[in-house]
Design a protein. Structure first.
Length: 457
């Protein structure tokens, strides 16, 4: 009888422990605020000083404090850790600010991030520099990239849209004003198309002209034709569209010259302003050019095609070099992008500031995307597993990089959103002849406008 009572008494705690372990694995977003957050806060408060001391982040106390301790007590004078601010819990972790002691720098704290993660029982610790002498620790309680849920509060603006989730639980914002051109690489089924799908639907709601070059007969970009201002579905159409974009860029430079009183003979390279300095009524609409499978523009079989290829590559390079000031931005996508594509490939890649590298088939492809800006990010890109589509490494020419994952968005929902936003397409007379024909959709055929699903399984 006594044994039965003992088993009954132990059954409750064992069931609770098992349930918590299951919830931590299956429902981490629900486990963290109920169990994980209180436990991690308790660990942080109980072991803060000892953990900082073990990580080498403590310093000798000020002289006045040392003298006061020796004069009033006989206890040992111990090093002091960085002064801690308030603990601010979030749905995915918690944040805490530290005031560094004299002689410390943010790199000292960042070097100990892995130790802090294990000491406080969280998934990851990220360090951000707030101002001189102050850093913020962002503790993430679970792997937010396993099941993507975009933050509810994301700041968007013209040509500035959130498209993915970073590994520190913040939104990755594609800002064309800061990073005008971007290269997106990824193997088949790596999530590259999902990234473009999210980017297109977010830009569809803005007064931005969207132009597509899809040499796969338009299978990737044709579903969004209702919102596109121009679409080329093969190399012949691309060879006609690119010169029009170059002329549009030149016309916009002439508009800037006239507005600012610059003589018409001034070279474009010497103009330092852009269309954003023009009055809003005179400012032309910005243009975002999406090039899907850029390698198709480089591949040739005959001498005649080689001459056409050289012309298209030259026009793309001109758009990448001079397009930003004219409000023309490039989003170049492909599976590989190296010198083996042909003349001009390396020069074009050098003009693409932003880099997004999904899962690739070999290390050389990852080096093409990230090797010249963040060599250590190449290994992170090579470690992306095939069962995690949408996961990518993003970086820019500043050398910084991080992992992101795009939320799931079905093709039907994205196409429906573009159809609903077709009226937002600005009028660009030069592109009228390239605007794709869209067959009217009946009420029975058009599916409901469903919001993008917030999670990627």
């Amino acid at each position: 009888m006594t044994d039965l009572v003992t088993l009954a008494e132990l059954g409750g705690p064992l069931a609770a422990t098992g349930g918590a372990a299951y919830a931590r694995h299956a429902y981490p977003a629900a486990y963290w605020p109920t169990v994980g957050l209180p436990v991690s806060v308790a660990r942080l408060l109980a072991s803060y000083t000892s953990t900082m001391d073990a990580c080498g982040l403590t310093v000798a106390p000020p002289r006045w404090r040392t003298l006061a301790i020796k004069a009033t007590t006989r206890r040992e004078v111990r090093p002091v850790p960085p002064r801690r601010g308030l603990i601010r819990p979030t749905l995915t972790g918690l944040r805490i600010r530290l005031r560094l002691a004299p002689g410390q720098e943010p790199a000292d704290v960042a070097a100990s991030a892995e130790r802090l993660r294990h000491a406080w029982g969280v998934h990851a610790v990220y360090v951000r520099d707030i101002k001189p002498g102050v850093v913020e620790l962002r503790l993430v309680g679970f792997d937010v990239l396993r099941k993507v849920r975009m933050p509810r509060r994301t700041v968007g603006d013209l040509l500035r849209v959130p498209v993915a989730l970073r590994e520190d639980a913040t939104a990755f914002v594609r800002d064309y004003r800061a990073v005008p051109h971007e290269l997106v690489l990824g193997a088949t089924l790596s999530g590259k198309s999902m990234y473009l799908r999210n980017l297109l639907t977010k830009l569809a709601a803005q007064p931005v002209a969207l132009v597509g070059i899809d040499c796969k007969r338009g299978v990737e970009l044709a579903p969004f034709a209702a919102r596109l201002s121009a679409l080329a579905t093969d190399s012949d159409q691309a060879a006609e569209l690119l010169p029009v974009l170059v002329r549009e860029m030149e016309d916009r430079y002439d508009l800037i010259k006239v507005r600012q009183g610059i003589t018409p003979g001034t070279p474009d390279e010497e103009i330092t302003s852009d269309i954003w300095g023009l009055p809003e009524k005179e400012r032309p609409a910005p243009i975002v050019l999406f090039v899907d499978e850029v390698a198709e523009l480089f591949l040739v079989a005959t001498r005649k095609e080689e001459e056409r290829r050289d012309e298209m590559v030259t026009q793309l390079i001109r758009l990448a070099q001079l397009g930003r000031a004219a409000g023309i931005y490039l989003e170049v996508c492909g599976q590989r992008f190296g010198a083996e594509l042909g003349k001009g490939a390396t020069m074009l890649r050098a003009q693409l500031t932003g880099r997004v590298c999904h899962r690739v088939n070999d290390e050389a492809s990852a080096k093409m995307a990230l090797g010249d800006i963040a060599p250590e990010a190449v290994y992170a890109a090579c470690a992306i597993a095939a069962e995690l589509p949408g996961l990518a490494v993003v970086g820019d020419t500043s050398g910084g990089w991080s992992r992101i994952r795009t939320p799931y968005l079905s093709l039907a929902d994205a196409a429906a959103t573009c159809r609903a936003m077709a009226h937002r397409a600005p009028d660009v007379p030069a592109l009228t002849s390239f605007r794709p024909y869209v067959r009217p959709v009946s009420v029975e055929d058009s599916g409901p406008l469903v919001a993008p699903q917030p999670a990627t399984e």
